[in-house]
Design a binder for this molecule. Sequence first.
Ligand SMILES: [Zn+2]
Length: 489
Amino acid sequence: MDASGVSSNPAIVLDLTSDDESDDNAHLTLHPRVNGVNGVHDLDALDGSEDEENTDDEWDIESLFEDTIEEMGDENLFDGDACTLDEAIAFRHELRTIGPEEFCRRTVEANTISAKKLLTAFGIRAPPFLEGSPDDAYYGLLSLAISRELSKRIKLPKYNTVDDAVELIRKSKNIIVLTGAGISTSLGIPDFRSKDVGLYSKLASLGLPINDPQEVFNIEVFKQDPNIFFSVAKDILPEIDRYTPTHKFIYLLQQRGKLLTNYSQNIDNIEAAAGILPEKLIQCHGSFATASCFKCGAQVPGETIFADIRADRIPRCAKCTASLRAKNHGSMKRKRSQNGQDKKRRRYDGADSSDDDYDLEDKAGIMKPDITFFGEQLPDRFSERLTNHDKGLVDLVIVIGTSLKVAPVSEVIPYLPAHIPQMYISRTPVSHVNFDVDMLGDCDVVVAELCRRLGWELDHEMVPQGQKVEVKLQEGFPSRHLFTAINRE
Ligand SMILES: [Zn+2]
């Protein structure tokens, strides 16, 4: 698909001439551009491959700044040089009302506010390396910030309260649920990306021969040395039979005929244990549900290889082994009398004759869980389901336990029609998506309270009997609610 063909969000781009010495002449050059930073402008590219068609400088500059952006949530808009929340909201409104060109003319170009400070109105903190630079050094970042702001969906003003959320769930029939690591952490499954407790920090402390913990899930590294992956795989194997109250909540949506699709970023396959039907579930990064032979492609149920993984053995393909055995049946005896025996003696001194199979297995393909590694194609079902099935049906979006920073799940929201209500359940708010209702806290607690208000029996051993949940509105935010479980003593 042509990357410039779909999105029509006007965006502004950095004028490189503003880098020249004469500060007085520096200004933002604004021109409409298709292909914003948002949006599923290229669903074909959702497989994580490089966006080869965007080789122009604009894209490179944009990517460069994307990497330097430090997002600050609205709750941080009270400190230091930042705009106040009221100012920020006013600037965002003004931008939408008068458009980016006029907006820049009235602000930074008229010197009514510095670009550095204006950035904060769009949730971006100036990066430290620009500290002390002339203000036009911030123009590039500002143009990106404005472009991102304009690409954001506008919150629907009529949904704000928790009861609004409950009512939406009650009346909706085709709900998309987007889930991430946050819905499994209460089972002790590590969140890959959280800095301190996550898997990556654990990997770093194991001293594996890799530079970046992400390499554990890099397909090239796996090809070179599968031991690296398998040395940590047992720590991320799913517990087969357990699931969280949040998984149960998604199951209840399905049971009531309300679940359109659960797009999960999790690879733990706990959705299956909770009873979510395969046809309702897209595991965007693959999962442990199945495993495939790296050599012949034979696929088996994931559990088949769990025993090997737990015992620190590299799982091998039964099909490869069988065909090798059949092929070698005639020649085995001959080989053994030549050098096979000696080699085996050296390696497995004193072992019995069943070692013949061991040698065969060594040549059989390695079984790899069907988790999508970096460098591998994402499952086709994702974009198929989203574009051909869900987009026209969805009537509510519930995002749970994910910061929505990682593709492809991050692409779902911008792709769906903006009038579809969206709600957010997680510990911490996000600033790059405008949800209609934010419900912040432990997601197991939030869903328990939602079920109580819906009159649904959640009935889960991890929800304490008679649990009371306190819901507070966060000051300054009309649609942001903080959920806390109050333990009865
Ligand atoms: Zn095989």
